[in-house]
Design a protein around this ligand. Structure first.
Ligand SMILES: Nc1nc2c(ncn2[C@@H]2O[C@H](COP(=O)(O)OP(=O)(O)O)[C@@H](O)[C@H]2O)c(=O)[nH]1
Ligand SMILES: [Mg+2]
Length: 365
């Protein structure tokens, strides 16, 4: 069965791009597919909408002009609601997203995926003419998403604006992207949607201007934070901190109890017992409380997660010790009260390490 689909394209001042784009889409898709191209234009002063209307006889294209609202994300979501078909492809108007990739994206949907992403960061993909610095900024932004939003980790390029999806995955969801990144929003809010990637080369813009500006970086961070809140990742961090605090009580309580019963000199083995016991209680609480949605419920998986958790805790302790030594011995923070501050900084960094290493590797899924 060949999939019928709507191509939703947001436009703002793209009059010179519309015709070459429609031509490229037409030659990429030929007569093999049933599709519509739906432009959502925010009343562009350059009269993009007039150009689209003049081409709608020649191509299966139509335009809806919004006058009340502005903005890329809301334009795209508006397009989702107006689309004729149940499968929706999103792309930009400026030819940075090559239409030649569309058949492979549709194929991925026909194979049973719910989302197929045209990706710059899988083998075979890339960015034409980007400086090292620009690639690094882009990858850094993705790393932040992957770190804070586990649901985004299943896609190497969750920031792509070129993707196709089945509309049904949005049932019951309210999309409220703050910034530019609708795909990221969808991946996080529909964690069970089957998603895959197809490589593509992000081309240079030849005509018109990019609307991306510095403000978008701030919006992006706000978007990440909002998604952490809505996907309950923020609550997870708070739970992890509470469990950590309980571990301190177990750790010191055990050491104290043993030394009271066996004499002060028994601290040589009482302290490591306290440490290990608190690692085990922390692990157990995190498994059933902090990461209850990904918990180990069989004994072998419990054991293997416990081993990992133990290893990350030991690395965390070494990090704490390393930071403490560095700050007291090299950075001159050895005199009180700076030694305490040095140790607290070490503890803080170790806690961050513990959280992310375990979120990434111990409770992966
Ligand atoms: N409707 C609408 N489209 C927009 C808006 N801002 C950007 N676009 C469109 O969104 C697509 C991507 O924008 P672009 O500026 O090329 O972003 P960049 O590729 O990240 O530099 C293009 O098709 C733009 O015309 C907006 O405010 N409203
Ligand atoms: Mg662009």
């Amino acid at each position: 069965m060949t999939e019928k689909f709507s191509i939703v394209i947001p436009t703002y001042n793209e009059k010179d791009n519309v015709e070459p784009l429609l031509k490229e889409i037409d030659s990429a898709l030929g007569r093999k597919y049933e599709y519509e191209v739906l432009f959502i234009d925010d009343n562009s002063p350059d009269k993009t909408a007039d150009v689209i209307n003049s081409l709608s006889g020649k191509y299966p294209a139509r335009v809806i002009v919004r006058t009340e609202e502005k903005g890329l994300s809301t334009a795209v979501i508006f397009g989702f609601n107006q689309a004729k078909y149940e499968t929706i492809l999103v792309m930009d108007a400026d030819l940075q997203h090559p239409p030649i990739v569309i058949p492979r994206l549709i194929e991925a949907i026909e194979e049973g995926n719910d989302i197929a992403v045209a990706s710059r960061y899988v083998p075979g993909g890339g960015c034409e003419g980007w400086s090292k610095r620009r690639v690094l900024t882009s990858k850094g932004a993705i790393f932040i998403a992957h770190l804070f939003l586990p649901q985004s980790r299943r896609i190497a390029d969750p920031m792509s604006g070129f993707f196709v999806f089945k509309k049904k995955i949005l049932d019951g969801l309210t999309l409220q992207p703050i910034g530019y990144k609708i795909l990221l929003e969808m991946l996080c809010l529909a964690p069970n949607a089957e998603a895959t990637e197809v490589p593509f080369l992000f081309r240079l813009r030849e005509r018109g201007e990019s609307k991306l500006n510095f403000n978008q970086h701030i919006e992006y961070l706000k978007h990440i934070f909002s998604l952490m809140y809505r996907t309950k990742e923020l609550i997870r961090m708070i739970k992890f901190a509470i469990v950590g605090a309980s571990g301190i009580i177990v750790n010191e309580g055990t050491r104290k109890l043993i030394t009271v019963l066996n004499g002060q000199s028994s601290d040589i083995w009482a302290a490591p017992i306290g440490i290990e016991l608190s690692i085990i209680t922390n692990f157990t609480l995190n498994n059933f409380f902090t990461f209850s949605d990904k918990k180990a419920s069989t004994l072998p998986s419990f054991a293997s997660k416990l081993v990992r958790y133990n290893i990350f805790s030991i690395i965390g302790a070494l990090i704490q010790y390393g930071v403490y030594m560095l700050l007291t011995r090299v950075a001159g923070m050895s005199a009180p009260p700076f030694d305490t501050i040095a140790n607290l900084i070490g503890i803080g960094i170790a806690v961050i390490w513990n959280y992310f290493s375990n979120s990434w590797w111990t409770w992966k899924k």
